[in-house]
Design a protein around this ligand. Structure first.
Ligand SMILES: [Zn+2]
Length: 236
């Protein structure tokens, strides 16, 4: 059970290499947020932690978040994410399993109430989940202090900056941020730092470095995070 970290009552993190998923147990059902790379049998692991039925929500659908989606009959995501999912559909998954989750929807688990916030940029339909009463935010890959992937299909630096502006405006609603990568938990004051970094990247002010692995991008480090960004991006 090395991969499982209990954060609070009814709240766990499932760590897999460099990515994490979250499990929130409600009163009648339990929400799993993302399914990692797929090297773990995440549904089985989650079922060891809760007796309640488990349903799946994807913050977004890059391969490091959908690896065990095949273990679920249905998968919730924002409709703006569906094409991104379809274009690289994980093995054993089908579009028939996909259910929509819209901006402003509330995922009511009884003791947890998560509001869906659309934050495109990293992917077209990336979402965050805000629990206003518990003052916490599950942020996916958009707010984190690791390497933010911003190269390849579906990335959009302009939308990414707009999403960070939106979250800066909402940052008095939460105290802790639970990202999919990097350190945890984060404080809301990281958001303006990532936004500043994204602006500096677009203005050519960040130093270009080689990526950590062979990838069609360069690495750019700002004060609080790093970007893996492809200058050959079709949007440039
Ligand atoms: Zn990721």
């Amino acid at each position: 059970m090395d991969h499982i970290v209990k954060i609070a009552e009814h709240f766990w993190m499932i760590e897999e290499n460099d990515v994490r998923s979250f499990l929130l147990e409600g009163e009648h059902r339990t929400m799993l947020v993302d399914t990692g790379f797929g090297t773990l049998r995440i549904r089985e692991m989650a079922a060891c932690l809760t007796d309640l039925p488990i349903f799946l929500v994807n913050t977004h659908t890059d391969g490091d978040h959908t690896g065990c989606n095949r273990e679920f009959e249905t998968v919730y995501m924002h409709p703006a994410e569906m094409e991104h999912y379809k274009n690289a559909l994980p093995e054993g998954c089908s579009m028939e399993a996909v259910r929509p989750l819209w901006e402003g929807d509330t995922i009511d688990l009884g003791c947890w109430k998560f509001e869906v916030i659309l934050t495109p940029g990293h992917t077209p339909g990336s979402i965050m989940l805000l629990e206003r009463e518990k003052r916490m935010l599950i942020s996916g890959d958009t707010i984190q202090d690791g390497e933010i992937y911003m190269f390849g299909a579906g990335r959009n630096m302009e939308a990414f900056q707009c999403s960070l502006e939106k979250m800066t405006g909402m940052s008095d609603a939460f105290d802790t941020i639970w990202p999919s990568h990097g350190s945890y938990p984060l404080a809301p004051d990281i958001i303006p730092g990532i936004l500043k970094g994204a602006r500096e990247l677009m203005e050519g002010k960040l130093q270009e470095m080689e990526p950590p692995r062979p990838m069609p991008c360069k690495k750019y480090v700002c004060d609080v995070a790093a970007f893996l960004y492809g200058k050959d991006d079709w949007r440039k």
